[in-house]
Design a protein around this ligand. Structure first.
Ligand SMILES: [Zn+2]
Length: 152
């Protein structure tokens, strides 16, 4: 039997308070392709998203936006992320956060907030509330994140 809580939580990640805010760490050594968290939550039109949720909101398509529930909502951005967000076949209201490579226990889990899969998505709404100075420490860190870029 699965409860709502067991869908959003996995044994792969733990939410912690980090110097830069909340984040998710690998709870154990992870292999590539493991699901570490699940994005699910209320889906709204952009105009109906509460101001205090703006920085957490996740664009689905068109004018459909998700307010992610914890713990997935605490995953931070990284310019060389160790995770990606992938569709669930047949389940358009949930997205899996999956490791792109092996991750050591205790490493922070990240995905790239600003990467999109298709060129036509580059012109999607980018709200000023999402712009930030990245301090992820990657050699290829973009610095200021203020718009979309294509996933490579
Ligand atoms: Zn960065």
């Amino acid at each position: 039997m699965t409860s709502s809580a067991s869908r959003t939580r996995t044994d792969a990640a733990e939410a912690v308070d980090l110097p830069h805010g909340k984040g998710l760490l690998a709870a154990r050594d992870l292999a590539a392709g493991e699901t570490v968290a699940v994005f699910e939550g209320p889906i709204l039109r952009f105009a109906d998203v509460p101001v205090e949720e703006l920085r957490h909101v996740l664009w689905l398509d068109g004018d459909r936006w998700m307010i992610p529930l914890p713990p997935a909502r605490w995953i931070n951005h990284g310019c060389e992320p160790n995770c990606d967000v992938v569709d669930r076949p047949g389940d358009p209201a949930r997205f899996d956060v999956v490791t792109l490579r092996g991750v050591r226990a205790g490493d922070e889990l990240t995905f790239a907030y600003n990467r999109v899969d298709r060129p036509d998505e580059l012109s999607a709404l980018w709200h000023p509330a999402w712009t930030f100075e990245c301090r992820c420490g990657a050699a290829t860190c973009r610095g200021r994140i203020d718009g979309y870029e294509l996933d490579r």
